[in-house]
Unconditional design. Structure first.
Length: 103
């Protein structure tokens, strides 16, 4: 694998992790922060916006994983994507916690 495959896999995992909160909150009918809110990332966006944003993240994550040659049977690939998912999920938890602290 070339070095840029590792980068594609890492960012693919990051986008896949970002899919989860937006898509699940959107299909649950809850408002949730997106980059399109006012202020970006802190204000709340409508559920439909979150479904669309989550779907966009899913497509980008899938595309990046395909471009990186992801194979679930290769331990290295699974570790790179898994590390990106865990890192991104941790960052998202820290970013969204203050938004919902008052609720």
């Amino acid at each position: 694998m070339r070095w840029y495959h590792y980068i594609a896999l890492f960012f693919g995992g990051a986008f896949l992790a970002n899919t989860v909160p937006h898509f699940t909150q959107g299909i649950s009918g809850h408002a949730f922060p997106t980059p399109f809110a006012d202020p970006p990332g802190q204000g709340l966006s409508a559920p439909v916006v979150n479904v669309l944003w989550g779907s966009f993240n899913l497509v980008v994550g899938y595309t990046l994983c395909r471009a990186g040659g992801f194979n679930v049977r290769r331990t290295r690939d699974a570790l790179i994507v898994g590390a990106a998912v865990i890192l991104t999920a941790t960052m998202l938890a820290n970013a969204f916690a203050p938004v919902f602290a008052g609720k």
